[in-house]
Each structure stands twice: as structure tokens, then as C-alpha cells.
Write a protein that binds this ligand. Sequence first.
Ligand SMILES: C[S@@+](CC[C@H](N)C(=O)[O-])C[C@H]1O[C@@H](n2cnc3c(N)ncnc32)[C@H](O)[C@@H]1O
Length: 385
Amino acid sequence: MGERPTWLATAARGTEPILARELRALGAEDVREESGGVAFAGRLELALRCNLRLRTANHVLLRLASFPIAGPDELYAGASEVPWEEHLTVRSTFAVFAHGRAEGIGHTGFAALRVKDAIADRIRGRKGERPDVDPRDPAVRVVVHLASRSASLFLDTSGDSLHRRGYRVAQTEAPLRETLAAALVLWSGWDRRRPLCDPMCGSGTIAIEAALLARGRAPGLGRRFGFQRWPAFGEVEARAWRAMVQEAREEAAAGDSPVPVWASDVDRHAVEATRANAEAAGVAPLLHLAVADARRFDPPGPSGMVLANPPYGERLSPGARELASLYRALGRSLRPPGWVTILLSGHPSLPRLFGGRPTGRLPLRNGALRCELLRWETGGERRED
Ligand SMILES: C[S@@+](CC[C@H](N)C(=O)[O-])C[C@H]1O[C@@H](n2cnc3c(N)ncnc32)[C@H](O)[C@@H]1O
């Protein structure tokens, strides 16, 4: 691996500035926001640290090559130039995942196939044998990004998406991705001292991410990563990794702040799911849980923060009139004086029905859904976004 490889951390569209801030704080260099990700430079050790500590990234990818293409033949030729034998042995399993769209390439499955052929042919040409493809559980994941007339090839250091922290043992309908919930908490600018409440907590993702942050617990503690199965991940890298994990464990053990995080939901099963997930995440003792109606929200203090994603009617579908009356009622209950309210909304009418003038807005994507983070401040507090 060269002196200073370049990387791409991927994230929900719209959250790139939040991820860029996280990356700078970890010491990444040449940080550059792209659509759906942030490019940066740094050594392998930084990428390992990013996997362990980034809260808003979904994958950390090692950039191997970027080149112009006019069709599948150029893609094959460009992929054949990459020294795959440095990353794969004939005994490694691998899989290729392609995203995006490029001229002359009908569908991503075909692009993945051409790159897979280029890898297999190159390694067979040099070693006499080729590694096997295992689309379900590959040791090495190759990612292809197609963009109009160019292609970029990456190795996925993360493996499973980083939003899979390992604590989601109980599901509810329409859960938020952990990485998006973390983006919401970071965007809020929560000071980790005043109460933070999610009065529509569902499976508890926002409250759990807030508690993990306040505890200083690295989100990747307790899961495995793609790079741990790479043939190139030798004893030297493994030692550095173990030291990094140990350091993160010690930080988490030292963080003993009595974090005031409240989570409630009108649905008893949702509160039970939050409890189970919080226990799996090791933050259950930090959460105050209750079954309660957000329309009668009782703020636990003179100032604090409400963070929630109310039902939008896309995946959860109360009737339109019911939803409108819920939003109006929430507009009255969730903006107590002295409090900051932040909602992730997927419904274009929510700001109007909720009332008041938002002091901050951030458009973003929740999967394929166009959403918006909205911020209201009631009672003098201001913050630059
Ligand atoms: C989009 S889901 C929240 C998902 C959650 N952020 C998660 O990660 O799982 C909306 C939640 O609002 C809850 N809800 C709907 N009306 C409510 C009300 N009046 N009071 C409290 N919770 C309510 C639903 O039960 C549901 O769990």
C-alpha cells in the first residue's frame, strides 16, 4: 500500500458536512465533500480508526483507481491495470458490487461482472489460479462507482455497513439507520449536559446514538470489519488495530457522565424494543424510558433538546387528516419555552402544520426518501449551522 492512500467514506446524501467534520476531528487530510460521501487522505491506520469511530459513515472505501470509460471494454481494461494480486490471494473469496450509472453500460450487474472478470483473469494470468467469488460472505469486497463517463474502483474496508453497530436486537416499523440518527444528534449541537428527549422513539435509535456519543463510546466497538479478513491485514496491522480497540474500550469505561437522555413512545412495544436495544448497546442505565403520548410532552427541565422523527405517512401510514392533526398537536407540545426542537421530517407539510419558523434546515436523503432536518428554538437560544 502506498504512503498516503486516498479513501472515500460514504454517508446519506445531505449529511456529508457532518461526516467531513468527524473526519477532520480524526486527523484526516485533504477532506473533500462529494455527493453521498467524503474523500480524504491518510494512512491505513487512519482508515481503521475511521471504521471504529465514525458515527455517520456507512462504509470506508480504499480508492484503487479512477479512469474514464466509454463502455464495458474500457471498464475491463481499466480494472485489469489494478494490482489485484496485492489485495487478493488465489484462496481469498471476493465479490464485486457496482453502483451508479455510466454511458454505454446498461446495468450495474454487468459492470460488476466485467470487473469480476478483470480481477479473475489478472490473478489467473499471474498465479495460474483464480480466487472464488462468494457474493454472500466475501473476504474482500470490491466496489465500483460509475459516474457518467468514468469509473472508480475501491476496496471496502468496512464489510457490513457501519450502521450495523450490532445492538439492534429488536425491530419496530420504520427504524432510522443508526448512522443517520447519529448525524441528527451531531447536527443538533447537543451539549451532552442538558436533557435530550426523543418522545417518538420507536426502536430507540436516536436516544441510543445520543447515549453512545455522550458516553464517548466508539460506535464500532463490538463488531467486526471487512479489513480483518484481508490477506494483506497481517500481524503488524492486527497489533495496531488491537491497540486502537483497547484505547477505545478504556475511553468508554472512563466516560461516566450521568447522561440525561429520555425516550418515550405511545406504543408500548416500541418502548420495549428501545429497552432491548439499549441493553445490547450497553447504555440502558443511561436512558429514562416511558410509554407516553408526545402530544402531552412534559419537559424534564427548564431547557433541553427534543430530537425525533415523527411518522411521515410513507412507511407508517395514518390517514392524511390524522397526520395533519398529529403535526398540529406536536407543534403545540414539542416546543416548550427554553427548548430546542429538531425533527427529521419526510413530510413536506410538517413545517407548516407544526408552526413557528425553523431556525435551521438541512435537506437529506433517508434511503430513497427526501427528508429534511428542521430546527426550532423556543426562548432565546441561537446557533449557527
Ligand atoms: C418513524 S417512527 C420513529 C422511528 C425511530 N426513530 C427509530 O429509529 O426506530 C415514529 C414513531 O412515532 C410513534 N408515535 C406516533 N404517534 C405518537 C404519539 N402521539 N406519541 C408518541 N409516539 C408516537 C410511533 O409509535 C413510532 O414508533
